[in-house]
Design a protein around this ligand. Structure first.
Ligand SMILES: Cc1cc2nc3c(=O)[nH]c(=O)nc-3n(C[C@H](O)[C@H](O)[C@H](O)COP(=O)(O)OP(=O)(O)OC[C@H]3O[C@@H](n4cnc5c(N)ncnc54)[C@H](O)[C@@H]3O)c2cc1C
Ligand code: FES
Length: 279
């Protein structure tokens, strides 16, 4: 397969076609997208693209599909929250969009080979994490334990619910789920995602904790990870910041002189010790 040259798409969006759309939740859909050039997007887990709705504008969105499953197209899971995402949700398969990227730092899929992985997903944090998780599962023997802690506000807000169920059914994945507010259909745990830490034991010397979720979650999950004995460089997070250009030019994503679009969105917690306002 032809690999892409992202430099080509640094400033000028490349035209792409939405080849499929599936509903995920009340306000979330997953879009299957193919570049019209026929090139592969050539991403790594953790990266994002800037997607343009023609005549409307751009938004940064993480690539949710795994590089290990690229068949020429890639998936963006998108919550309808504002101008661009609402316009995207109105599109039908066959519609044209613009794509710049992929941009940003990557999850350390190679560096953590042979190690145990503790994924912590809150809400739509599963969108970028899914790329990393599926890459690990497609190369399962390269990694140690795979533990996934997943939290949603309610049972109906479990994103990629059938994939969560499939991961839970595997005997080489330890998946614990919770919802903030249960309903009659829910027989599992109730409470915020940090409550799941009490139910696991890990070897901190060989475990890397990868956290993605809403801003409010990070401080509390980092504290739990530290209580389990994890060093700051064994804690990995992906941050969402208001972005415009995505390529270090506009300054919108800046925290303390650090450009999240360039140095992030994936960071080791040890890189953020001087930028606590990032969390
Ligand atoms: C690296 C990265 C990856 C991302 N990945 C995903 C993903 O995988 N899926 C996903 O659904 N989202 C993702 N996002 C979030 C997404 O980019 C934002 O929600 C984006 O703002 C949506 O664009 P929009 O035009 O639809 O919304 P906007 O019109 O920008 O509105 C978004 C929200 O921000 C509020 N808002 C708008 N302007 C301002 C302002 N000036 N000040 C304060 N609040 C304002 C709006 O009221 C609304 O609640 C990601 C963001 C980043 C940075
Ligand atoms: S989004 Fe423009 S500098 Fe980061």
């Amino acid at each position: 397969m032809i690999q892409s040259n992202p430099d080509k798409r640094l400033y000028t969006p490349e035209i792409a076609t939405i080849t499929g759309i599936k509903p995920l939740g009340e306000k979330e859909k997953v879009f299957d997208i193919r570049l019209d050039s026929g090139e592969s997007i050539g991403h790594q887990a953790g990266q994002f693209v800037e997607i343009t709705v023609l005549g409307m504008g751009e938004a940064p969105i993480s690539i949710s599909s795994s590089p290990s499953r690229s068949n020429g197209s890639f998936e963006l899971a998108i919550r309808d929250v504002g101008n661009v995402t609402t316009a995207l949700h109105r599109l039908e398969p066959g519609a044209k969009v613009g794509i710049r990227g992929p941009f940003g730092s990557i999850f350390p899929t190679d560096d953590v080979k042979g190690q145990d992985l503790l994924f912590v997903a809150g809400g739509i944090g599963i969108f970028p994490l899914r790329s990393f998780i599926n890459q690990v599962l497609d190369n399962r023997s390269d990694y140690g334990r795979v533990i996934i802690l997943s939290g949603a506000k309610s049972p109906t807000e479990r994103m990629f619910a059938s994939e969560l169920d499939a991961w839970a059914a595997r005997d080489d994945v330890e998946l614990l789920e919770t919802v903030d507010h249960a309903d009659d259909s829910w027989t599992g745990s109730e409470g915020v995602v940090t409550t799941l830490f009490a139910k696991i034991s890990i070897d901190p010397t060989r475990t890397h904790c990868v956290i993605v979720g809403p801003p409010v979650m990070y401080r509390f999950v980092i504290l739990e990870a530290q209580k389990k004995g994890l060093d700051d460089d064994h804690i990995i997070l992906s941050l969402e910041r208001r972005m415009k250009c995505g390529v270090g030019k506009c300054g919108h994503c800046q925290i303390n002189g650090m450009y999240v679009c360039q140095e992030g969105p994936v960071f080791q917690y040890s890189q953020l010790l001087n930028a606590q306002e990032a969390l």
